[in-house]
Design a protein around this ligand. Structure first.
Ligand code: CA2
Length: 146
């Protein structure tokens, strides 16, 4: 079983496309760039990171449950568009005793109306959005204190 200094960084649908399109919204870093920078930072903090991405809702549910079973310290979750639709993710977060920090690269509240509601937010410990990929780093700083 992992000890309390493993932090999961879970990314949902289409975030594998980061850095390839829409740089004006999401910046030019790829998910691999983000994972490398975060892992380098985590190393200096004596934290193990599990950085994953899936286009499939069920994988994210499984990984949230894994984080609980592995006694993870926290989960940093960018659920992508599932943020706005997924009761399954809402229930999974509610069902685990691991704090989840919701991250968005863009500011969904400043975008289309269908992005204004988050089903993750009510069950997250906190939300960071609109600050670009820095949001992942701020989330890691916060998660390290849990
Ligand atoms: O701002 C965020 O991080 C989002 O979670 C990104 C999701 C979006 O559905 C949420 O409303 C806000 C979309 C991720 C798609 O990422 C792409 C990146 C490059 C090209 C195409 C999609």
């Amino acid at each position: 079983m992992a000890d309390r200094n493993t932090i999961y960084v879970l990314n949902g649908p289409n975030l594998n496309l980061l850095g390839t399109r829409e740089p004006e919204i999401y910046g030019s870093d790829t998910l691999d760039d983000i994972a490398k920078a975060l892992s380098d930072k985590a190393d200096t903090m004596n934290i193990d990171l599990e950085v994953r991405q899936s286009n499939h809702e069920g994988h994210l549910v499984d990984w949230l449950q894994e984080a609980m079973n592995e006694n993870a310290q926290a989960v940093i979750l960018n659920a992508g568009a599932l943020t706005h639709t997924s009761v399954a993710l809402h229930d999974a977060i509610k069902g685990i005793d691991v704090p989840v920090i919701e991250v968005h690269i863009s500011n969904p509240a400043a975008r289309e109306e269908f992005r204004h509601k988050s089903l993750v937010a009510p069950v997250a410990k906190g939300t960071i959005c609109g600050l670009g990929v820095m949001g992942y780093h701020l989330a890691l700083d916060a998660a390290a204190t849990f």
